[in-house]
Write a new protein. Structure first.
Length: 113
């Protein structure tokens, strides 16, 4: 148990000092914010036009401003963005193991019973 806690502490320290978890969180936050902006533009296109927002593009992307459309667009954005963010985080994890020269330990050391 002691080795597990020391490993957990080391990995937490690496994740806290790295920028990848912060960038991944920002990446997952952008989709609902942009979706909410499109819903605002769809709900009141005249006010959005007065503010200088792109109402024509929002009207081409979506039909009406309701919860079904919001969750539909959010689902599509999370599917595409989630795949991208997942690949970045996975590459960071395995890249970290290779840069610390611990990848050989993961594959070569036997586990105890």
């Amino acid at each position: 148990m002691n080795s597990f806690l020391s490993s957990l502490w080391a990995e937490t320290l690496k994740a806290r000092r790295s920028k990848v978890p912060l960038l991944a969180s920002i990446g997952f936050t952008l989709a609902p914010l942009m979706d909410g902006l499109f819903m605002f533009i769809m709900k009141d296109p005249e006010r959005a036009r007065d503010m200088g927002l792109l109402s024509v593009k929002a009207q081409l992307v979506m039909s009406v401003a309701d919860w079904v459309t919001f969750f539909s667009v959010l689902t599509q954005a999370i599917a595409v963005g989630g795949a991208i963010v997942f690949s970045i985080v996975t590459a960071w994890i395995f890249g970290r193991e290779f840069s610390d020269h611990t990848a050989k330990d993961l594959m070569a050391l036997p586990t105890s019973r």
